[in-house]
Design a protein around this ligand. Sequence first.
Ligand SMILES: Cc1cc2nc3c(=O)[nH]c(=O)nc-3n(C[C@H](O)[C@H](O)[C@H](O)COP(=O)(O)OP(=O)(O)OC[C@H]3O[C@@H](n4cnc5c(N)ncnc54)[C@H](O)[C@@H]3O)c2cc1C
Length: 473
Amino acid sequence: MTSSPPIRAGVARDDAGAAGAAPDDGARPHVVVIGAGFTGLSAAWELVRRGVRVTVLEADPEVGGLAGTFEVQGERLEKFYHHWFTNDAHVGDLVKELGVEDRVVYRPTRTGMYFANSVFRMSSPADVLKFTPLPFIDRLRLGLLALRARAVKDWKPLEAITAEEWLVRLGGRNVYRVVWEPLLQGKFGPFASSISAVWFWNKLKLRGGSRDRTGAEMLAYYRGGFAALADRLAEEVVRLGGRIETLRPALGLDVRDGVVTGVRTSSGTIAADAVLATTSLPIFADMVEAHVEPRYVEQLRAIDYLANVCLVLELDRSLSSTYWLNVNDPGFPFVGVIEHTNFEPASTYGGRHIVYLSKYLPESAELFRMTDDEVVAYCLPYLERMFPAFDRSWILGAHVWKARFSQPIVTRHYSEMIPSVETPIQGLYLNTMAQVYPEDRGTNYAIREGRKVGAWLGGVLASTGAAPRSDSR
Ligand SMILES: Cc1cc2nc3c(=O)[nH]c(=O)nc-3n(C[C@H](O)[C@H](O)[C@H](O)COP(=O)(O)OP(=O)(O)OC[C@H]3O[C@@H](n4cnc5c(N)ncnc54)[C@H](O)[C@@H]3O)c2cc1C
């Protein structure tokens, strides 16, 4: 890590005299946060709470990022299905501090697995013992695997092995072939065999830990949708003097003598004493490329991402009684069928039943490039095969959402690949979901990391008036 000269203290400048210039209220330092997802908003909140001036730039029309919503019958619904686990403590802390904990609802959910043309319930340990596609001894192995995985406390040794090696070691080849391999393939496709055991361990630990006393799975949701919480956080940022500008993408950075001085937008440059970028790594790499050594850009680009396509159907009736259906049939193009209204009631959406079909895929995949109508036409025959009673006349609405950078690919020794919060540019910091580790991305960790970095940066700026040196954390 290099140590460059500390940024000049204090005054926010507006080089271009743009409409979005930081409000000039004296010598208080000004931070531009790029991205108004949960990371950016959480960081902005911690900054404004420390008296730092903040401008949040968001490319989308609304805040919330990947947890953003659209409207169904006047109610907000996530573009990409979202829930919390009961052990998502950082969400719990945030909603308490914002005084909105009464909006979090906890409900039992039913998990299933689609395998060999049948749906198997997989919500509790008893369901595992009834999973007939596996011989009884393998069902026991599967149950024990989950327990053994949750008992792992030290994840470091898992960094050296792949999920496949670890899962075969714990549960045997047959359990891997029937249960885990299709899930890994469905989620990671061409990257499946290189996924780290750490990634899978976390999934088993978190989901397995989100249960009530009887062992039944419990999940949590925010009344009004996740974006309603993002809005509440945004309101708080604005109430404390911050600015949030939607439909205002950061187009580039101004850097002088190795120090960031502002963020370029279509309506001019916004001067900044520090900039915190919360976008995905490829977007950030494009922004910094002109100002740093190629080696740093290579490091940023070394982490691959998967894209995601979600087809959201509004139906006039329910498809099944399962909330979360893992698709363990390699012949089907989705990794999951998520019937959201088996979690949040259909009455919330004017009686409409909401079903997500989710597919993670490389950005270059054909499905990612299809038009919305083509995605619908491609997916429906599979749904008809999976649920023979389903009829297209049930469909009242269909929406297709795509996210280019939806899942960083966590390979072996991932800890060595993660770029640090400090960058080679003085005053420029990076706080993005690819840095969440050993856990995987999720709003709980976006809140944790955003708050941590915001508090650190805000604390240093508030006390010294200057952005922290890059070796000061
Ligand atoms: C299919 C799917 C399902 C998921 N399910 C869950 C779940 O059940 N529970 C859960 O907790 N999490 C879930 N997640 C993960 C969760 O949505 C993310 O981890 C979290 O929202 C990440 O927040 P973030 O702020 O780090 O990133 P993002 O939400 O990606 O925010 C980054 C923001 O930066 C903006 N941006 C990009 N470029 C620019 C630019 N040049 N200028 C200005 N702004 C820019 C983007 O528009 C975006 O708003 C899911 C994600 C996906 C894709």
